[in-house]
Design a protein around this ligand. Structure first.
Ligand code: ATP
Ligand code: MG
Length: 195
């Protein structure tokens, strides 16, 4: 099977993530997309607003009604800093029969050269990149050895980020429709991101 891996902090998961996954699935003919929250992301400095358990719960809720989306706890279970190079090696061992594609937004496409041990990652896996407001989803700035493993798939510009959602919550503004209704209810029910 062709499997898309949608990794992220998902603090919280929002419709930008879901639309990106759906477009990647459609554009590349993926069979499934697995949504994998990172435990501790390598390149983020802010401490997350929600716990790992809460981020996981929101991912489960967000993907529950899609027949081909799955929550995937590989990095949460592994613990520690979630280095992608470790993840792709684990994926190879666990599912040698599957073909994996990493789904990333344009901010991450630009950041790829700075990923920890990117040489080993691109030897093992391909990327699907999607555009995102404020960033260029292009492989032109990338060196050839990375660029040849990245396919850009079209997506409508979705000007939503988890940072904005946390900020809106802090200011007591609505996040309805920015996240799926099941996630919205979880955020409100648990008073997430209010402080
Ligand atoms: P934060 O503001 O906390 O960084 P985020 O909205 O960027 O949150 P992440 O969990 O960091 O969400 O992102 C996970 C993946 O989803 C990344 O590859 C990111 O580029 C992609 N992504 C997030 N939001 C969008 C969006 N609106 N459009 C396209 N891709 C997105
Ligand atoms: Mg981000």
């Amino acid at each position: 099977m062709k499997i898309g891996i949608m990794g992220g902090t998902f603090d919280p998961i929002h419709i930008g993530h879901l639309i990106a996954a759906e477009r990647a699935k459609e554009g590349m003919g993926l069979d499934q997309v697995w949504f994998m929250p990172s435990n501790v992301p390598p390149h983020k400095t802010h401490s997350p607003g929600a716990s790992a358990q809460q981020r996981w719960e929101m991912v489960c809720r967000a993907v529950a009604d899609h027949p081909d989306f799955r929550p995937f706890d590989l990095e949460l279970k592994r613990g520690g800093v979630s280095y992608t190079v470790e993840t792709v090696k684990q994926l190879e061992q666990l599912h040698p029969d599957h073909q994996f594609y990493y789904i990333i937004g344009a901010d991450m496409v630009q950041f790829l050269p700075k990923w920890h041990r990117i040489e080993e990652i691109v030897e093992r896996i391909s990327f699907i990149g999607l555009q995102r407001p404020g960033f260029t989803a292009s492989t032109e700035q990338l060196s050839q050895f990375i660029a040849k493993k990245v396919t850009i798939v079209p997506m409508p510009m979705i000007e939503i980020s988890s940072t904005d959602i946390r900020e809106r919550r802090r200011r007591r503004l609505s996040v309805r429709y920015l996240v799926s209704e099941a996630v919205h209810q979880f955020i409100e029910g648990n008073g997430l991101y209010e402080t």
